[in-house]
Design a binder for this molecule. Sequence first.
Ligand SMILES: [Zn+2]
Length: 176
Amino acid sequence: MGKVSIGLRGWRFDEEAVFAADGTIRPLDNMDAETRERIVRLSAMMGEPCDCCYLIHGEEEIQRCNPAQAIYGEALGEVLLCDDHEADFVYWFQEEGGTRHAGERELKDRFHQWFLDGGRAPDGFELEHVEEDPEDVPEAPDPDEELPGLEEEIEEMDDDELDALDMDLSDIDFDG
Ligand SMILES: [Zn+2]
């Protein structure tokens, strides 16, 4: 069974657990709870700004933040990162004790604190998947394209379950 990232790098899913043979999303009811939770959160996070950019620029200058291209951490404790800041997170995780918080929602706050305290990956620390053309301005992924059929599936979820995921349909930026 193939593992795939959907929309954002980082989180991996079993392709067959998420998509039916026709490429549309499976009924959310049929997914295990963890997969369902992560899919719903993922859809809400696509198009959101990078956490580090946001820590630097804040709400007043949100237009200067890059859209997130990667997602790490646990559902409800996600860390969103642009191409520029992903290296800072990976460095923190691998070299600055971030692994201690693997699997915990607290990881997000710990990373934010390190970043706010001036933590950065050193020059020369590179991720393997660095894009060949750094001039390309990355675009935010579109949940409707990445997860076809999700909008209808979320509409059928109970409100209690959506509340537990801290979700509001208006968080999701479906085009159509
Ligand atoms: Zn950033």
